[in-house]
Design a binder for this molecule. Structure first.
Ligand SMILES: NC(=O)C1=CN([C@@H]2O[C@H](COP(=O)(O)OP(=O)(O)OC[C@H]3O[C@@H](n4cnc5c(N)ncnc54)[C@H](O)[C@@H]3O)[C@@H](O)[C@H]2O)C=CC1
Ligand SMILES: O=C([O-])CC(=O)C(=O)O
Length: 261
């Protein structure tokens, strides 16, 4: 069987995991053709390491005629390139899902994918359970809430950090609002919340609480859905963000699998 051509938007930590998974035999149906990142030096070394073409523009990447582009760059990159990618004949696997809290962009991307016979795959990233969320949302109106435990360190460079947090000995809530407000304030941290919202009650109707937890390492998300018939209480703990890279590997495997989850 002819291999599917895979390309990367983003040459950072998470696409490195996907590229290594490919080299280690987890994606035998794919060949990596090229990678494009904003930083030319990083792009060059990434491409050398992974034996693919270094691209310095989206046009160069699309000229390789990839079937699928895996994005692990930034919400801004999703906004800037997703429609060009779909029009250029490639499907897209997205990790920076926060971009889709912008309903106008989300709708344009959906239409562009349909018009060009391509797909946009939303990776489960650092969370999951989208199957049960989507099913419950079909059955009745639902109330969706996500609660996120964060270490003080991970909040350090965000607008939620304040000096007093350095002295807390118990968990303290530092944000409560909807997921759209959260991603506007923290564009790199709550892709998971927007993905959960898109799979359930929508970004403006999904509540997010963020708790700063002293001494905590990693990320923990609790996703609660309450519908007429279905209730969920999902807890996902991850020690590092590696899970997000591996979730892209899982999507890529699903795309070519005869049995689809
Ligand atoms: N859905 C989820 O659960 C998760 C999503 N993420 C998101 O995944 C994305 C990638 O994360 P990492 O690999 O850790 O980041 P990283 O900083 O290690 O790598 C990002 C790469 O993307 C490139 N890039 C950024 N903006 C770009 C643009 N406008 N055009 C072209 N290239 C651009 C950078 O040059 C770099 O090569 C981030 O947006 C992050 O917020 C991260 C963790 C979990
Ligand atoms: O903190 C995490 O691992 C999740 C994350 O970055 C995101 O949702 O973008």
């Amino acid at each position: 069987m002819e291999k599917k051509k895979l390309a990367f938007l983003g040459c950072g930590f998470l696409n490195e995991i996907v590229a290594n998974a490919l080299h280690n035999g987890y994606l035998p149906e794919y060949e990596l053709v090229g990678a494009f990142g904003r930083n030319p030096v990083r792009t060059t070394t990434f491409a050398e390491r992974h034996n693919c073409k270094a691209c310095y523009s989206m046009e160069e990447l699309l000229a390789l005629k990839p079937d699928i582009i895996a994005e692990a760059a930034s919400p801004q990159a999703v906004g800037e390139y997703s429609e060009t990618i779909l029009k250029g004949g490639a499907s897209l696997v997205v990790l920076s899902i926060g971009a889709f809290a912008d309903a106008a962009l989300y709708n344009r991307v959906r239409e562009t994918a349909a018009e060009n016979n391509q797909k946009v795959y939303i990776a489960s990233g650092a969370v999951g359970g989208f199957d049960v969320l989507r099913t419950a949302a079909l059955m009745s109106p639902i109330k969706a809430t996500m609660t996120s435990k964060k270490s003080l360190r991970s909040l350090f460079y965000t607008p939620l950090f304040k000096e007093e947090l350095m002295n807390i000995t118990e968990p303290e809530q530092v944000f409560s609002g909807n997921t759209k407000e959260a991603i506007e304030m923290l564009p790199f941290h709550f892709n998971v919340a927007v993905a959960t919202a898109l799979a359930s009650a929508g970004p403006e109707r999904t509540t997010l609480h963020i708790d700063a937890v002293p001494g905590f390492v990693g990320d923990e998300y609790k996703i609660e859905i309450e519908g007429g018939e279905v209730k969920t209480d999902l807890n996902i703990y991850s020690r590092t963000s590696n899970i997000a890279g591996w979730s892209v590997v899982a999507v890529l495997r699903n795309i070519v699998s005869p049995i689809v989850f």
